[in-house]
Design a binder for this molecule. Structure first.
Ligand code: IVH
Length: 745
């Protein structure tokens, strides 16, 4: 639906007649007319949100919704005092917060006891001894308390156990006022600013008689399809994919900036209430929450524990068809009076238990093993599989990690579901991967599935083992084996041909141009491939000799794009030292190490001249990393490339090392405002570095602000800074300032 997509969340273009009529109508309103219209529009829009997001039964199409939304937005622009706290326009991410204050749960948020088998569930209901006497379980407690009779059947609710971030929402007199994470159950973090933006969190309860205070509990989940799509885009852009939806949802909710939360497909699903709502049964509570405007967890009513077991099995069958991830089922005694009799043990209710599904496992035939060559020449075996669904995703290939894993660490399984075979000594039997093997794949919490081993089939007898090639599959150069004397199983097999190997050259160029390195906008994978194939670029320094005449004729280029690219390449000549170091792609030198090196040595020449002792003296650099750096800096091919980069105008600017005493104080007394998305760090990181250097970070721009650091999509704060004539920096400017290299003139 159009109104929940796009960057601002409100992509309504005011281009056509209907939209112009809305604009004209709003322009003609006086304040009284506008107030009357707001009183109609807000509940109307909230109702459509509910119909669409909670019930899934929209009454109007996207276009009509967008027009109503736009009308409200225009009225609020003209008459800001009419902007109500429950206005749906508040869902677009507002101002970032400076930190997440503590959030207290007046009623503690508890945890659940776990069950892993049908028998655990039966024991939850009742345990009997050999002579059949009732010894434990909730049936005994209820009988002993006189709450049920011998023949009574206990009714349960079975719900999905939602695999997200536990959140409490607070409504006062019907209005959403706050949200907090579970934390330790008593105190969590205040995440009102991000949770407010979720499309299915109602800003106001649907009731004329709201309780003075209602707290609703549930989970925030990342919709699976949106998650996979986001990872696809990240991978295309050469960024690391996120590990799993749960952690990503948690990371998004706990950000200071509400922007990402407002753009990502996050859902809040309610499963209980803390204060303000008591009903005779749990099922009635869920129904009531739904009527109040919340998306609630689906449930099934079950009479007795055997029905519960069957319902859990049914849910297990469809768990991967749900649009979000669940990791089990929660079983709750339905009757609230019985819940009260049962009460709590320490941190969990006695009336509920969580059943955890085992991780999904399947088997599928191996088609082939492809040996892929990475940026540093390391050759990794990747299993090509007959496509198979596991844990809700389709898998076509999976890494085998390294030679040791592939040739020694495959477990033997009698079946995909079975336990790995063990030898007489009780140890798991391990083997190497063979041609024609059927592999066993598991997807636990993370998106990337693991190969656990292979099926133990008679056909394996005499089948050829998969072995590493002797020559690089891309360039044909003889491969090197690098033994690791301390860990003999960690052999690295590498193509030493470096930039002479097309795989390594392309990966190196991609790394060099990446957002966190030289940040050359417009130099994507396809273009890099063309440049390499045509022999136009054989090393990173060649990029600096490209001109419009050479680039324009390439596929999907043209004069304009070529000119933009040349300009972007030119801008990259002046990146700060730490980024240049990272861009060089020294093995083991990531962004953090590059930053440490730049700060410790202050110049490229000092780093090139550093010996082992000097490198080891840097905090965070150990013997392995030091060895890699020395290998790099003593290789004449690298020195030559650095010389070429310099000759082509890449500056490698020195870092002015502040005196030891006030090393942390370069920004003493300076006030900063951060806005927009910075290319290589979060605003949190930027704020931490400013504070560490003695500066202060505040929320809003005023005449007293010294600097505004503006990233992508900077909004009103940037405009304000321009208006007040406050110095505006981009990320590079900030880094230069932090390093004391910014030219103040
Ligand atoms: S009821 C007093 N129902 O699991 C019982 N919790 O171990 C309170 N969870 O982080 C929770 N799905 O947020 C309940 N259908 C469900 C649930 C659920 C997930 C989470 C809950 C908490 C944890 C408890």
């Amino acid at each position: 639906m159009a109104h929940d997509e796009g960057d601002a969340g409100i992509p309504t273009p005011l281009g056509d007649d209907a939209a112009r009529r809305v604009a004209a109508r709003v322009a003609a309103m006086d304040e009284a007319a506008a107030a009357a219209r707001v009183a109609e529009l807000v509940p109307e829009l909230l109702r459509h949100n509910y119909l669409y997001h909670v019930l899934g039964t929209p009454e109007i199409d996207d276009r009509s919704y967008d027009l109503l939304y736009r009308e409200l937005e225009l009225i609020e622009e003209r008459f800001p005092s009419l902007r109500r706290p429950d206005s749906p326009t508040r869902k677009v991410g507002g101002e970032p917060v400076d930190f997440l204050p503590p959030f207290e749960h007046r009623v503690p948020m508890l945890s659940l006891a776990n069950a892993f088998s049908a028998d655990d569930l039966r024991d939850f209901e009742e345990r009997r001894d050999d002579s059949g006497r009732l010894r434990g379980g909730i049936r005994k407690l209820l009988l002993d308390a006189g709450a049920i009779g011998e023949d009574d059947v206990i009714t349960y609710v079975v719900e999905p156990k939602l695999d997200g971030l536990a959140i409490e929402l607070v409504y006062e007199h019907g209005l959403f006022v706050a949200a907090g994470t579970r934390g330790d159950g008593r105190v969590g973090e205040d995440v009102t600013h991000t949770v407010r933006t979720l499309r299915n969190v109602p800003p106001r309860l649907f009731t004329d008689a709201p309780p003075p205070r209602l707290t609703v509990r549930g989970e925030v989940l990342f919709e699976l399809e949106g998650f996979l799509e986001m990872n696809r885009r990240r991978e295309e852009a050469g960024e690391k994919p996120y590990e799993n939806p749960r952690n990503t949802a948690a990371g998004t909710i706990r950000q200071l900036d509400p922007g990402p939360a407002s753009r990502r497909p996050l859902l809040f699903i309610a499963h209980s209430a803390g204060e303000g709502l008591v009903l005779p049964t749990h099922a009635a509570l869920l129904d009531r929450l739904r009527a109040l405007g919340f998306q609630t967890n689906e449930y099934e009513l079950c009479a007795g524990i055997e029905e519960v077991i069957a319902a859990i099995a049914r849910l297990g069958e469809r768990r991967h068809d749900l649009p979000y991830e669940i990791d089990g089922a929660v079983v709750k005694v339905n009757d609230t009076a019985l819940q009260e009799v049962l009460g709590f043990v320490t941190r969990s209710p006695r009336w509920a238990i969580a059943y955890k599904y085992p991780p999904d496992r399947v088997s599928t035939p191996l088609e082939s093993v492809v040996f892929s060559v990475g940026r540093t020449g390391v050759v990794t075996p990747v299993a090509q599989l007959v496509p198979v669904r596991v844990g809700g995703v389709t898998v076509r290939n999976a890494t085998l990690h390294n030679e040791h894993q592939m040739s020694r660490e495959m477990r033997l399984f009698p079946s995909a579901q079975g336990e790995p075979l063990r030898g007489a000594d009780g140890e798991e039997i391990k083997t190497g991967l063979r041609h024609g093997d059927v592999v066993v794949l598991q997807r636990a919490g993370d998106v990337i599935p693991q190969i656990l081993g292979v099926l133990d089939r008679p056909e394996r007898q005499g089948a050829r083992p998969w072995v590493y090639p002797e020559d690089c599959p891309v360039c044909g150069h003889r491969l090197d084996r690098e033994e690791n004397p301390k860990e003999p199983e960690k052999v690295t097999i590498r193509c030493p041909n470096r930039l002479g190997c097309r795989a390594q050259l392309q990966a190196s160029l991609k790394h060099f141009a990446g957002r966190r390195a030289m940040d050359i906008e417009g130099l994507g994978d396809k273009l890099i491939a063309q440049l390499v194939e045509r022999g136009l670029v054989t090393r990173p320094s060649d990029l600096y000799h490209l001109d419009v005449a050479t680039l324009a004729p390439l596929e999907r280029m043209g004069e304009k794009s070529a000119a933009n690219l040349v300009a972007a390449i030119d801008r990259s000549r002046r990146r700060p030292l730490e980024r240049c170091l990272f861009a060089l792609g020294i093995p083991q030198v990531g962004e953090a190490t590059a930053r440490d090196l730049a700060a410790a040595f202050g110049s490229l020449d000092a780093i090139l001249a550093a010996d082992e002792a000097a490198l080891l003296a840097v905090d965070g650099i150990g013997p392995d990393v030091a060895r890699r750096i020395l290998e790099f800096t003593s290789d004449p091919r690298n020195l030559e490339e650095i010389a070429r980069l310099r000759a082509a105008g890449v500056v490698f600017p020195d870092v002015e090392k502040p005196a030891q005493d006030d090393a942390a104080k370069v920004l003493d007394g300076k006030t900063f405002v951060l806005t927009g998305t910075l290319p290589s760090m979060t605003r949190d990181e930027a704020a931490a570095r400013i504070v560490a250097a003695g500066g202060k970070v505040v929320k809003s721009v005023s005449r007293r602000t010294d600097y505004v650091v503006a990233g992508d999509k900077a909004g009103s704060k940037l405009a304000k800074a321009q208006e007040l004539g406050v110095t505006i920096l981009d990320e590079d400017g900030l880094l230069a300032l932090l390093q004391g290299t910014r030219d103040e003139s």
